[in-house]
Design a protein around this ligand. Structure first.
Ligand SMILES: C[S@@+](CC[C@H](N)C(=O)[O-])C[C@H]1O[C@@H](n2cnc3c(N)ncnc32)[C@H](O)[C@@H]1O
Length: 198
């Protein structure tokens, strides 16, 4: 049974809030991760991060976590650049990918989606920068925009950032997303989820 998140509704227009994204990210994962055994690849791990907390909170013994981060930390197994790991590893054993990127998730998401060893999996993602004017040009080029066009219509593209993101995922056969759309003093943050089925 999924819990409601205060007054937030999933897949609804942006809502202004002061509740920290960390709380919202936890709730999204708690609601959508399911009860069965899972193996999580946390591509942006931070010490004391979301998944160890969630595992403890839900009293789950069937959650295995592999952590990637730039520098050595608690329980970190893979130290270094996440994109390089995601591109090169056999990921067939993972059922959950966490892409809680502080900037653009483009490189890690495309590495996951292009890694043919990925089979059926759940993906949690965060869009911050991409929703705040820093639209990832590479995503736009993938969608067929030229450099000139991106420069010329950037304000319009900013308004349409989330639609463009959905269109970009659609190219990989992802047709359905779940998300919380949030508006803070400092800008927008979208915390979302989709499934890969192959
Ligand atoms: C926004 S935090 C992630 C928060 C985390 N998911 C949690 O559980 O609360 C970003 C983390 O990813 C790491 N990171 C950022 N860029 C990275 C990269 N290219 N490769 C590996 N780790 C990266 C940072 O060092 C930081 O620890």
């Amino acid at each position: 049974m999924s819990k409601a998140l205060y007054s937030f509704v999933m897949d609804a227009p942006e809502v202004p809030t002061t509740i920290s994204p960390a709380i919202i990210k936890m709730r999204l994962r708690e609601n959508l991760v399911g009860d069965g055994p899972i193996k999580v690849l946390d591509t942006y791990y931070k010490n004391g991060g979301l998944w160890p907390k969630l595992k403890k909170q839900l009293k789950r013994s069937n959650v295995e976590i592999l952590r990637i981060t730039e520098k050595k930390g608690d329980g970190v197994t893979l130290v270094g650049n996440n994109v390089k790991y995601v591109k090169s590893l056999d990921l067939s054993g993972f059922t959950v990918f966490d892409v809680d990127s502080p900037g653009s998730p483009y490189a890690v998401l495309s590495a996951i989606l292009n890694n043919r060893t990925v089979k059926n999996a759940k993906v949690f993602f965060t869009l911050n920068r991409i929703m705040n004017g820093g639209l990832d040009s590479k995503m736009l080029y993938d969608l067929g925009f030229s450099k000139k066009m991106v420069k010329a219509v950037r304000p319009i593209l900013k308004e349409k950032a989330f639609d463009l993101f959905k269109g970009w995922l659609g190219r990989y056969g992802i047709k359905s997303l779940k998300y919380y759309a949030l508006k803070y003093d400092w800008g927008k943050c979208y915390c979302g989820f989709f499934e890969i089925s192959r």
